[in-house]
Design a protein around this ligand. Structure first.
Ligand SMILES: [Zn+2]
Length: 243
């Protein structure tokens, strides 16, 4: 386990994820806890998830619109009212300089003390969370936190043309990676996590009762590995200090 900043010392969190629903599968209970404690949380979603599900819909732009609306609704369930989309192509994300600059721009705009990202590392024990888009966003996001957003000489146009002062976010949380050094007890927020996931109806409507059953089994295992009492449910993270 690692040292984690105290929520009461924070005011803003930025969440950067590859697809609509990523934050809700990995961290909706944790996010609900942050907003309950008065933290302002901003979502930056890199793609519109137009490559996911809804196989009977030919027009992928229509899928994108549905998935953006679903993510906004899921965000409201956990107290997040600022959801931004980059609209990059689902399934084709690379950790380019352009993406690093774009994320660094938003870090300088939002000025978060904590940034939640997908892990850039592949988990060989559980391959699905290591989707290439997730790893690309994690890699570009970490580079944007350190060094890009804090270094005035990285992407100097952000300061010169847009007046965005450097910002050092001292803590990054990674989700879906092979390493876990911190868990959050979300037992009291499990119902809201499920409600947030249900908001992604294009992805989860067909799962019925399997959705809460799957989530309960997964979060119970997280809690058990961390030594939490029987019946506890937890989301798991790798917390990385960047100061
Ligand atoms: Zn995803």
């Amino acid at each position: 386990m690692t040292t984690v900043l105290d929520d009461s010392d924070l005011s803003r969190v930025l969440v950067v994820m590859a697809h609509p629903d990523d934050v809700d599968f990995g961290a909706a209970g944790t996010v609900a806890g942050w907003t309950d404690r008065g933290l302002e949380v901003v979502y930056l979603i890199v793609t519109d998830g137009e490559a996911g599900g809804m196989d009977d819909v030919v027009d992928r732009a229509e899928v994108a619109e549905v998935r953006r609306a679903e993510q906004r609704a899921a965000a409201e369930v956990v107290g997040v009212h600022d959801v931004r989309f980059l609209g990059l192509p689902d399934g084709r994300i690379e950790p380019t300089l352009d993406l690093r600059r774009t994320i660094a721009r938003v870090i300088r705009q939002v000025r978060p003390q904590r940034v939640l990202l997908p892990s850039p590392d592949r988990d060989y024990a559980r391959i699905a969370p290591s989707h290439p888009d997730h790893r690309a966003v994690g890699s570009a996001g970490l580079d944007a936190v350190y060094p890009d957003a804090r270094n005035p000489h990285a992407f100097p146009e952000l300061l010169a043309a847009e007046g965005l002062e450097p910002w050092a976010a001292p803590e990054v949380w990674l989700t879906g990676g092979p390493e876990v050094n911190h868990v959050v007890d979300v037992t009291a927020r499990f119902d809201r996590k499920i409600a947030a996931l249900r908001a992604h109806a294009s992805q989860t409507a067909g799962m019925g009762d399997r959705l809460p059953e799957m989530m309960r089994a997964w979060l119970t295992a997280n809690a058990g590995r961390a030594g939490l009492p029987d019946g506890a449910l937890a989301e798991s993270f790798q917390v990385v200090p960047t100061a």
